[in-house]
Design a protein around this ligand. Structure first.
Ligand SMILES: [Mg+2]
Length: 282
């Protein structure tokens, strides 16, 4: 047992103070079809707005996503310039939001968790707000860290004023040994996105539990000091502290999240005496 755990037990300090949630495919299942449609919209944007050859777009998008975590970050990295708002309204604005339904079970779970709760999404603020609203979860979170939080307006103004494209040699994307051009977009899984999120939302990663469906985002989060929950699979791999098939399984996988209430109740029952609890967390 390390010093921090001993200190937390002795002082009845909860292990966590904040829960940080990705949105898409984390707070609703990937089987909703939203992600599939999002990929279609991205490919359509690449063909219609950026003039990328239709026959190559699927493979290119897969390589871009694999290398950068988001297609948008990758497209900007390899030299495409476009208006961020136009991209978001084309890619997210046309998603089938009607497939999302209010999730009363998740709402009850979230509201019963006595911690700060924040969204940490690469999506734009309109998409995050619409999705949370459709899921009936808008008032379950203290705040939202999204694309606009991490990418200030000035960057977008740049792309609006340029409006042209200057594309790098794309062969580096297909060659594992090549150095990739750096993206100007701040997003998960890059370290600067986590650093900005921690700073802007006053998050202590050592006392925060991070939920995401992307193994890459989870592993990057682990490297940044977060405790991690991979959502969408029960397979635990490197960097994954907990793995759950569905966000609905939080209570079964992490019953200790609710135990601080229980401990408080026990403490109160000892008429003024501070009850020293033996930790029951694994
Ligand atoms: Mg996600």
């Amino acid at each position: 047992m390390d010093f921090q755990n001993q200190y937390q037990q002795a002082h009845q300090m909860p292990k966590y103070e904040c829960l940080l949630f990705d949105l898409d495919d984390t707070l609703y299942p990937s089987s909703s079809g939203m992600s599939k449609q999002c990929t279609k919209n991205i490919e359509e944007y690449m063909v219609k707005k950026l003039g990328i050859e239709e026959t190559t777009v699927t493979q290119l998008n897969q390589v871009l996503y694999k290398n950068y975590g988001t297609s948008m970050a990758a497209l900007r990295a390899i030299g495409y310039n476009f208006d961020n708002d136009d991209y978001h309204s084309f890619v997210h604005g046309r998603l089938p939001y009607e497939v999302l339904r209010p999730d009363h079970v998740l709402r009850t779970l979230l509201l019963s968790l006595p911690y700060r709760k924040l969204i940490f999404s690469n999506g734009d603020k309109v998409h995050v707000a619409k999705t949370l609203s459709k899921l009936g979860l808008k008032d379950c979170f203290e705040g939202v860290i999204c694309f606009e939080t991490l990418n200030p307006i000035s960057d977008n103004e740049d792309s609006k004023s340029t409006g042209c494209r200057k594309v790098f040699d794309q062969s580096c994307l297909f060659d594992a040994g090549s150095a990739l051009p750096v993206t100007p977009v701040v997003c998960k899984p890059f370290a600067n996105a986590y650093e900005q999120a921690f700073q802007k939302a006053n998050i202590n990663p050592q006392r925060t539990l991070f939920f995401d469906d992307s193994i890459r985002n989870i592993q990057a989060g682990k490297d940044m000091g977060l405790h991690t929950v991979l959502v969408g699979t029960s397979n635990r791999t490197k960097g994954v502290d907990y793995a759950i098939e569905s966000i609905h399984n939080i209570r079964e996988a992490l019953p200790e999240l609710w135990e601080i209430n229980h401990k408080k109740d026990i403490s109160r029952s000892f008429s003024g005496k501070v009850a020293m609890e033996t930790s029951v967390t694994a």
